[in-house]
Ligand binder design. Structure first.
Ligand SMILES: [Zn+2]
Length: 335
C-alpha cells in the first residue's frame, strides 16, 4: 500500500457491511429476534469463519443485516456508518453499492424510500468525514426480472445521486442477458455499468456482462483468466476488474489465496484492483486486503502498487477529481 497514492475501494456493499453493534441495536429497537445478545455471540452468525460451501451459502450471512432494517432511519444510519468506517480505514474515495429491494423486503419498506434514505446517509457521512463517496445501485438478479424492474424504478427516482448500475446475486441461475432491457434504461439514464460476473460462473458470464449489458467494469471477473480472447478484449477496452481477494476464497470461488488468479491478471496487463466486498462478513478491512491478502496471493510490492493505481484509473469519477485525489495523496506523503 503506497500512501502517496489515493486509497480507493471500488467494490463494497453497504448492505453487506453493517456493524455488529448496529445489528444488535437495530434488532432491539425493531423487535427482531437475533441469535445472540452481544457482539461476540453474534459474530459467528454474521461473519464468515473459514470457507463457505458456495456463494449462495455465503450470501445467507447477509440476511441478519437486512432483517434489522425496520425503518428508513435504519437504512440512513447504516449508509452513514459505512462512510464513517471507510474514513476510519484511511480510505480517500469509496464507491458504496446497495440493493434497495434487498434492504426493503424483509420489513416491507418502500424501495424508493430506501434509495432516498441511503443517499441521505451517504451525504451525511460525506459531510462529517470529508472523504469522497459515490453510490452504485444494484439490481438483485435473484429476485427475478420483474422485481428488478421495480428495483430499477426505485433507483431512477434518484438518478442524479447514483453513478452506476450493478447486477448482483446468483449469476449461474440468473444470466446477465435476462436483464438487457434494465441496463439499457440505466445507460440511457446516464449511469455507468459494472456487473458481478466471472465469480461463481465462468468467462462466458463476463462476455455477457460486457456484450449484453454494456459493462465497462466487472465485479470480480476473475474467471476471465481462463479465456485469452476475453483478456485481450478487457485489456483493449480498458475494462477493469473489481477483485475481492478474501471474499473469493471464502465463497470458494478460488481454492486458496495462493491459487488466486490476481497475479496472472496483473501480469496480463488487466486493470485489476483490490477491494473488500463485504468487510464485516469477511472480517477484514481494505488495509488487510493490501497488507495481508495481496502478499498471500503472491503479489509483489510493485504489483500491489499497480493495483492501487488501476483503482484510480477505473474509478467512476471525472478526470478532474482523479487528479485532485492524486494531488492530495502526494501532499500527504510529502515529508
Ligand atoms: Zn460484490
Amino acid at each position: 500500500m503506497d500512501r502517496s497514492l489515493p486509497l480507493i475501494d471500488l467494490h463494497r456493499h453497504l448492505d453487506g457491511n453493517v456493524r455488529l453493534r448496529t445489528i444488535l441495536e437495530l434488532g432491539e429497537r425493531h423487535g427482531v429476534p437475533l441469535p445472540a445478545a452481544d457482539v461476540e455471540g453474534l459474530r459467528p452468525h454474521v461473519q464468515v469463519m473459514g470457507v463457505m460451501a458456495d456463494l449462495p451459502t455465503w450470501l445467507a450471512k447477509l440476511n441478519w443485516m437486512t432483517s434489522v432494517l425496520g425503518d428508513l432511519d435504519a437504512c440512513r444510519r447504516i449508509a452513514r456508518e459505512n462512510v464513517e468506517d471507510a474514513h476510519a480505514e484511511g480510505i480517500d474515495y469509496i464507491e458504496l453499492r446497495f440493493s434497495p429491494l434487498f434492504m426493503a423486503r424483509p420489513n416491507g419498506l418502500d424501495p424508493a424510500g430506501v434509495v432516498d434514505a441511503v443517499l441521505s446517509g451517504i451525504a451525511e457521512g460525506r459531510r462529517s468525514t470529508g472523504i469522497r463517496v459515490n453510490a452504485i445501485g444494484i439490481l438483485s438478479r435473484t429476485h427475478g426480472t420483474e422485481a428488478c424492474l421495480e428495483e430499477l424504478e426505485a433507483l431512477l427516482t434518484r438518478r442524479q445521486g447514483i453513478v452506476a448500475l450493478d447486477l448482483a446475486g446468483d449469476e449461474r441461475a440468473w444470466p446477465a442477458a435476462l436483464f438487457a432491457t434494465h441496463f439499457r434504461r440505466g445507460r440511457d439514464a446516464g449511469w455507468a455499468v459494472t456487473v458481478h460476473a466471472g465469480e461463481a460462473d465462468g468467462a462466458a458470464s463476463v462476455w455477457s456482462a460486457v456484450n449484453d449489458l454494456g459493462a465497462t467494469r466487472i465485479g470480480h471477473g476473475i474467471r476471465a483468466v481462463d479465456d485469452p480472447r476475453l483478456l485481450d478484449h478487457l485489456r483493449g477496452r480498458r475494462i477493469g476488474l473489481e477483485v475481492n481477494l478474501t471474499s473469493n476464497v471464502q465463497t470458494n470461488s478460488v481454492r486458496s489465496m495462493g491459487e488466486h488468479p490476481m497475479k496472472r491478471l496483473l501480469a496480463e496487463g488487466i486493470l485489476a484492483t483490490i477491494n473488500t466486498d463485504d468487510p464485516v462478513i469477511s472480517g477484514i478491512d481494505l488495509e488487510h486486503e493490501y497488507r495481508v491478502a495481496a502478499p498471500a496471493a503472491g503479489l509483489t510490492a510493485e504489483e500491489i502498487r499497480t493495483a492501487q493505481k488501476n483503482a484510480l484509473e477505473i474509478a467512476f469519477l471525472p478526470d478532474g477529481e482523479k487528479a485532485d485525489l492524486l494531488r492530495e495523496a502526494g501532499r500527504r506523503a510529502a515529508p
